[in-house]
Design a protein around this ligand. Structure first.
Ligand code: GCU
Length: 445
């Protein structure tokens, strides 16, 4: 660190002359992604400042006609799905690619003999190069019949969910995180197991469930380009970016979850009618979008998914549409930008995304200190999806008042707000296992 006394006089006078600029630059360098980018954004955390808003009714068509029965709901559902596809997450290309798979490793004696651990690589083209998707799968050894499975994406590589030294170390680009042993955007040996607290695999296995996970970056690395994930596989000639209505990164992640489900359906150890999709935070947004589009997901879990996930956008509480599109321009389709600072103009809201999952069981979870994700907005979204569940003969969410901290409620929609911050932990998983038992029947050996 220089002291002023060591500086020559020219530098000193330049520093004096430009001292205000230097102070500003120093200030900005402390908050690189915050201040220069969007200096005017101050999140609202005051319930009294939530704007008045009217939620679009999932049971009323765009033209004002009311939905009275299941058949009409199917048409209304298509209308809502179409909007989320073309204006929010972007259209998913179809048909899906023909994937081929290869088992990379099998360990029949994982978790002290309780589980079989497999790694399966799904090739998305006929080349052996990326993009491909590596599935890490644990199945309980004691099972006497095919078991239900949880499938979720992870943030930092399959090797981060468990400390086992022989899980393939991801070589794909990762978000920077030196604390997690991610150096120059690549995983190192020291990142093994760093996210194990988010994946209580033993508890899941002991309860008789399988667990499958995939590194989200295998599908599309979490950065603002569309070059090294699955998007280029679908480009028309000359295209290098998705069109304004085409899928962003969350859309790709959701698509990848469906490809992993294609594979899980082939696994004999798994009951293919009981695949639950789960995700935390940005990956919770992806889990919801996957569950909305792909009815093979028999149960859907959103953990702290917040803005663009379970939380109502029109409340503009915590993270807003403008803010998320600004910070993560690659997550949604470009059309979604029309609603930056204009949530009132949105003809849908996220309770309708939840409604697309009906009548399948859905769990929404919040955390008390995670105000950025708007816990109340997540809860209200579940409340306002409930009429669709009711129309389909299901209970939906059993309460209309927000439950106390750590007091889960479980109907066809489940909800809890736990103490603590933005995370997914063993407490959350206990609730998801109870909820899955409730809907799938207990699988405990
Ligand atoms: C950021 C982002 C959220 C997201 C979260 C996460 O906080 O603003 O929308 O859910 O990251 O994925 O952890």
């Amino acid at each position: 660190m220089h002291s002023f006394a060591n500086l020559d006089s020219l530098t000193y006078s330049v520093m004096i002359k430009h001292s205000s600029i230097l102070i500003l630059l120093y200030f900005f360098s402390m908050f690189p992604s915050e201040l220069p980018a969007q200096p005017d954004f101050v999140p609202n955390y005051d319930e009294g400042q939530v704007p008045n808003y009217t939620l679009p009714d999932p049971l009323v068509f765009k033209n004002g006609v009311e939905v009275k029965g299941e058949l009409e709901w199917q048409q209304r559902r298509a209308e809502i799905l179409q909007f989320f596809s073309s204006q929010v997450y972007g259209v998913t290309p179809s048909p899906p690619l023909n994937t081929k798979s290869k088992v990379l490793s099998t360990d029949n004696d994982a978790l002290s003999g309780k589980a079989t651990r497999k790694e399966i690589r799904l090739f998305l083209t006929n080349k052996k190069t990326r993009p491909y998707i590596d599935i890490l799968l644990f199945t309980p050894n004691q099972a006497t019949r095919p078991v239900p499975a949880f499938l979720g994406l992870n943030f930092y590589g399959n090797h981060t969910v468990h400390t086992a030294p022989n899980i393939t170390l991801s070589d794909q680009w990762m978000r920077a995180n030196e604390d997690f042993g991610i150096v120059n955007h690549r995983a190192t040996e020291s990142s093994r197991g760093v996210r194990a607290s988010r994946w209580p695999i033993e508890m899941i296995i002991d309860r008789g469930y399988a667990l499958a996970t995939v590194y989200c970056g295998d599908i599309d690395p979490d950065k603002n380009d569309f070059q090294d994930g699955v998007h280029p596989l679908f480009y028309q000639s000359g295209q290098s970016m998705p069109e304004s209505n085409e899928w962003g990164t969350i859309g790709a992640w959701a698509w990848g979850l469906s490809r992993a489900a294609d594979h899980l359906q082939q696994e004999e150890a798994i009951n293919d009618n009981q695949i639950a999709v789960i995700g935390h935070s940005r990956l919770g947004k992806a889990a919801l979008w996957a569950g909305a589009q792909d009815a093979r997901f028999a149960l859907v879990i959103s953990n702290n998914s917040g803005c663009g996930g379970a939380a109502l956008s029109k409340r503009a509480y915590g993270e807003t549409v403008g803010r998320i599109n600004h910070s993560f321009p690659h997550w949604f389709c470009n059309n979604f930008e029309q609603y930056n600072k204009n949530e009132a103009g949105l003809p849908v809201d996220q309770h309708q995304l939840l409604a697309l999952i009906a009548p399948r069981p859905l769990y929404v979870a919040s955390a008390e200190e995670d105000q950025w994700a708007d816990p109340r907005g997540e809860f209200l979204s579940a409340v306002h999806a409930t009429p669709v569940y009711k129309l389909l003969g299901k209970e939906g969410l059993p309460v209309s008042e927000m439950p106390e901290i750590d007091q889960p409620v479980m109907g066809t929609i489940g909800y809890h707000i736990r103490h603590g911050g933005h995370d997914i932990n063993a407490y959350d998983w206990q609730q998801y296992l109870d909820f899955a038992d409730k809907h799938f029947g207990s699988s405990a050996p």
